[in-house]
Design a protein around this ligand. Structure first.
Ligand SMILES: Cc1cc2nc3c(=O)[nH]c(=O)nc-3n(C[C@H](O)[C@H](O)[C@H](O)COP(=O)(O)O)c2cc1C
Length: 167
């Protein structure tokens, strides 16, 4: 089974969860940034798991990413914008027929969701949803991840692998 975990991550929390999910799926599975998950990396994928942070109550748009970069409030914690947004990645992704699942990292009590837009984007391309969306929690605005979230992510990865393999 070819599985790929794809992430958008401005401060590293979603990337860490993506790596834990990939580890749970199996040793051949890699977590790739939206910049890396293109072309051959996505060809014939049986399972795509895609995740992003919840920013401003939604999946970040490119304008939101730019305004965070410019906002002096975040100067001490500059976002990593080297890879495209999840929205841009979804817009450029070719049609597929594998299974899909979506996740987000976020604070516990916030309204809104990033996974809705990710799941919808993947479904529009033909991917078949294999699991409920998952939320992984941070304890502060820039992180860190809450205790136990990496273990929970790894366990979800193992569950997704079992589902995708039909067992
Ligand atoms: C500018 C900014 C806006 C945020 N907005 C929200 C929000 O609306 N809801 C929420 O639950 N968390 C919010 N967060 C927290 C992030 O979702 C959380 O830190 C996430 O794990 C970041 O993921 P990343 O490190 O992969 O970029 C915000 C954080 C920042 C810095």
């Amino acid at each position: 089974m070819k599985a790929v975990v794809v992430y958008e991550s401005l401060w590293g929390n979603t990337a860490a969860i993506a790596r834990a999910i990939a580890e749970g799926i199996g040793s051949q599975t890699r977590a790739l940034s939206t910049g890396e998950a293109v072309g051959e990396a996505m060809a014939g994928v049986d399972l795509v798991v895609a995740g992003a942070p919840l920013i401003g109550f939604r999946l970040p748009a490119d304008g939101m990413r730019r305004s965070i970069e410019r906002d002096p409030k975040h100067a001490g914690r500059p976002p990593d914008l080297a890879s495209p947004s999840m929205r841009a990645w979804l817009a450029a992704l070719p049609k597929g027929s594998g299974h899909a699942a979506a996740f987000e990292t976020r604070l516990k009590w916030s309204p809104g969701s990033a996974t809705g837009a990710i799941a919808k984007g993947l479904a529009r391309l033909g991917y078949r949803r294999i699991s409920q969306d998952r939320r992984f929690l941070v304890t502060g605005t820039y992180g860190p991840l809450a205790a136990g979230e990496l273990e929970r992510a790894k366990a979800w990865g193992a569950e997704l692998a079992r589902l995708a393999e039909g067992g």
